[in-house]
Design a protein around this ligand. Structure first.
Ligand code: NAD
Length: 328
């Protein structure tokens, strides 16, 4: 039997990626929605044949506790709203999936992890790339030291965002490139080394100061890892880039793109990295649901989201201190 999923927040990612993926999943299906917009409720109800009793708004959401159709609540709201809705879902006794970035602060992430633990539900973060066999291929090079130790990673993650008043440009809603595209660059460095960074230095920049008044448009950051490996990362809402290169003691590997929805690919001295993948989000959903059903470990639990936000907080500290090195 498929588990029932309710999406919270019906913006771009829910509409264009998650709902279509939930039509392809084998272990779960879209059965409910939580939305603040009545017209969206009507459209989604018709399009996905949803029962009236499975449609909630932000006020009556907590009543989902009494709804056996819904096993999983997937929070797809602006980052500053993740904590509230993850905690409410956990208190309702539902399994919780939450989009990246997990939340704006370490304190938020810890509260979310605690709420899920207290209510004996699992928390998975929407790190879709970790479910992609192309990502797993380069993670394996790091894990198995295929080319010796990884010494240096360069990674870029960005796109040109033409919007001017979206939550991505709004501090209170959890905007700023670091939590957004920045976590891809950070994950690239973490996954390509297989290590957790011990220090960071960072710089922010913008070419559009009229739009990026509250949050950073572009960031560069440099990470140091316990083995001595280094990473130079670049992330932006003003530059299209999607690449990763790792130089190792006895070789290299590179990916371009490394964090797209489709077509992630790369190469190493062993040949091309180019695994087929039907639908990345469907793979993520099915693998996470399988872990819930079997009681096995999630690929990206709340603790994994927290690891990134710890580094993101250190990056803000570094910039506030004029680019000082911050220990993590
Ligand atoms: P979006 O702006 O398109 O959608 C956000 C939704 O939240 C909208 O439906 C909006 O109505 C709702 N909302 C409720 N209260 C709001 C408020 N006060 N201000 C603004 N919106 C409010 O954003 P999105 O691109 O769908 O992103 C949603 C989440 O999904 C974010 O956490 C984002 O980082 C994540 N995301 C992840 C991926 C991925 O590849 N994993 C891709 C895109 C977005």
């Amino acid at each position: 039997d498929k588990l029932g999923v309710a999406l919270v927040g019906l913006g771009y990612y829910s509409t264009d990626l998650l709902a279509p993926a939930l039509q392809l999943t084998k272990n779960c299906q879209l059965v409910g929605i939580v939305t603040g917009t009545p017209s969206k409720a009507e459209t989604w109800k018709k399009k996905y044949n949803l029962a009236d009793k499975n449609i909630y708004n932000y006020q009556n959401f907590d009543q989902i506790a009494n709804n056996p159709d819904i096993d999983i609540v997937y929070v797809v709201l602006p980052p500053s709203m993740h904590r509230e809705f993850v905690v409410r879902a956990a208190k309702a006794g539902k399994q919780v999936f939450c989009e990246k970035p997990m939340a704006p602060s370490v304190a938020d992430c810890e509260a979310m992890i605690k709420a899920c633990a207290d209510n004996k539900v699992k928390l998975a973060i929407g790190y879709r790339c970790q479910h992609d066999p192309n990502t797993q291929a380069f993670q394996k090079f790091a894990k198995e030291s295929t080319f010796g130790k990884v010494r240096m990673v360069t990674c870029g993650a960005g796109y040109f965002d033409a919007r001017t008043t979206h939550w991505k440009q709004n501090k209170a809603l959890g905007g700023g490139v670091m939590g957004d595209m920045g976590v891809y660059a950070l994950q690239g460095a973490r996954l390509a080394t297989g290590e957790e960074p011990i220090s960071v230095t960072a710089q922010f920049h913008t070419t559009r100061p009229d739009i990026y008044k509250e949050v950073e448009e572009t960031a560069t950051f440099q990470l140091e890892f316990p083995s001595g490996a280094l990473a130079a990362c670049h992330t932006s809402f003003g530059i299209n880039m999607n690449y990763l290169q790792a130089n190792c003691e006895k070789g290299w590997f590179k990916m371009e793109p490394f964090s797209s929805y489709t077509g992630n690919k790369g190469s190493s001295p062993l040949g091309p990295i180019n695994f087929p993948l039907e639908n990345q989000q469907a793979r993520q959903l099915d693998e996470d649901v399988e872990a819930l059903m079997k009681g096995t470990a999630l690929i990206a639990p709340g603790e994994e989201g927290l690891r990134d936000i710890r580094v993101v907080e250190a990056i803000y500290k570094s910039v506030a201190a004029g680019g000082k090195m911050i220990k993590i």
